[in-house]
Structure formats: C-alpha cells, structure tokens
Design a protein around this ligand. Structure first.
Ligand code: ADP
Ligand code: ADP
Length: 223
C-alpha cells in the first residue's frame, strides 16, 4: 500500500473539515475524490502533502509514518487549479526550481527537456508563463510536478481551466504518465465524466467523511 490515513481528523476552530477518515490507497492506483464544495477534498490532499497539521490520526506513505514530516520530506507532488507558475521565470527555470540544490543542473535540464517533449511544451522552454495558453501552462505545471519523480501525485482540479478538447488530451496524458511510472495518484474533481475516465477507484466525500468508495462501475451503478 502506498498512502494510508488512519482515523484522520482535521478541525478548523469548530469546523470538522475531515472527520475520522480511514483510507488505504495502493501503489500505482489512480484514486479520484468527488464531492460537493466544502466537503473536505482539498483538505484531504493538503493533509497528505503535509501542508496541514492534523488534529488527530496518522498518515503513512509507503508504510512510513509521515504525520510529523514536512512536505519536503514526503516525496509527494501537488498540482493545483491555478497552476502557480512563477511569472518572472522562464518555463525552463520554472521546471528547474523544484530540484534546485538536489540535482546537478545539467542533469536537471536534461530531465526538464525530456518531460517537456513528453508534454508537448518543448518549444516554450525559453518563454514566460504569460506568453502561454492556459492549456500550455497546465502542462508546464504537470511537468514541474514530475521533476521530483514523486511517489505520490496529488491533483486538485488540475484541468479546470482547460476547454473541453484540451481537457480530453490532458486527461489522456496524465493517465499515460501515471501508468508508465506507476505513480500513486489522488485526483480531486467535480466532473463525473473525468472521474469515470481516470479512476481505478472513486471516493465520494460529504461533510468531512468518505460516504462511498468503489470502482467507477460500482459507484455509478448505485446512482
Ligand atoms: P473542498 O475542497 O471539498 O471544497 P475544503 O477542504 O476546501 O473542501 O474545505 C472543507 C471545510 O473546511 C469547509 O467547510 C471549509 O470552509 C473549511 N476550511 C478549509 N480550509 C480552511 C481554513 N484554512 N480555515 C478555516 N476553515 C477552512
Ligand atoms: P476548493 O476549490 O477546494 O473549494 P476553496 O476555494 O474552498 O477550495 O479554498 C481555497 C483555499 O482557501 C484553501 O487553501 C483552503 O484551505 C482555504 N479556505 C477554504 N475555506 C476557508 C475558510 N473558511 N477560512 C479560511 N481559509 C479557507
């Protein structure tokens, strides 16, 4: 197993954003989280990434307890809705940032070029984010997240700013890279079609709890 939450709760003052969540996600699994706004999806990702301290419970990655570890020590990459590229840095510089000081620069450049080719953004390495379309920026954000060779990939509505056609091709790309590298992926979306297309398993959240869990077929046969 690759990611495990044991009785995890997260409270903000009097709001229970996560209410005693138990969850096991296998290595290489594509796990999708659906649920209404405010149900705790983003909090769940942030807890796994180490961006939120939890009120109760334990978090494990690859059988190691990481509950108290900072994000930098979790081998987890996260892609958000707003891709948050650095506007004053070129695409290449954006890609190199996450591995600065950890990888030799020429090695890092080689990897950046490889990932850019894979994602079809190799022509834009010297461009600045503002010169790219939303879809291209999204690809840069994906490439940047992959630079660290993450064991766990967390995505929060990463395709929300793409049009329908771009979304279909980006979806395929994410799925291909995820499969090839056996990256355990946890993916938040509002889009049921996207969930069906991507998921090995789907969890539906409501009010800080997982209220349904199963393969897409199991989930949708009950709707
Ligand atoms: P979702 O991603 O499903 O929309 P969130 O995880 O963002 O849900 O939020 C879950 C609940 O926790 C909501 O009630 C939200 O208002 C609350 N919440 C999230 N972050 C904070 C915060 N930093 N401070 C206070 N309340 C928060
Ligand atoms: P989502 O798209 O998941 O619904 P939100 O817009 O709810 O995201 O939240 C965006 C950011 O604001 C998150 O980092 C979340 O932690 C924070 N946040 C959400 N609700 C609150 C709140 N009630 N008070 C403070 N911060 C919040």
């Amino acid at each position: 197993m690759s990611v495990r939450l044991k009785s995890v709760s997260k409270e903000y003052r009097n709001i229970k954003a996560l209410d005693n969540v138990n969850l096991e996600i296998s290595k290489g699994e594509f796990f999708v989280i659906l649920g209404p706004s405010g149900s705790g999806k983003t909090t769940l990702l942030r807890v796994i990434a180490g961006l939120e301290e939890i009120t109760q419970g334990n978090v494990f990655i690859d059988d190691d307890e990481v509950t108290k570890l900072p994000p930098s020590r979790r081998k987890v990459a996260m892609v958000f809705q707003n891709y948050a590229l650095y506007p004053h840095k070129s695409v290449l510089e954006n890609l190199l940032m996450p591995v600065e000081g950890e990888m030799k620069r020429d090695e890092a450049s080689k990897l950046a070029k490889h990932l850019s080719t894979l994602l079809g953004i190799q022509e834009y390495l010297t461009s600045y984010p503002s010169e790219l379309s939303g879809g291209q920026q999204q690809r840069v954000a994906l490439a940047r997240a992959l630079m660290k060779n993450p064991k766990v990939f967390l995505m929060d509505e990463p395709l929300s700013n793409l049009d329908a056609i771009q979304r279909v091709s980006a979806r395929k790309l994410i799925k291909d890279i995820q499969r090839q590298n056996q990256i355990t992926t946890i993916y938040v979306t509002h889009d049921q079609v996207e969930a069906m297309a991507l998921a090995d398993r789907v969890a539906i959240m409501n009010k800080g709890k997982i209220v349904q869990l199963g393969t897409p077929e199991e989930i949708y046969s009950k709707v």
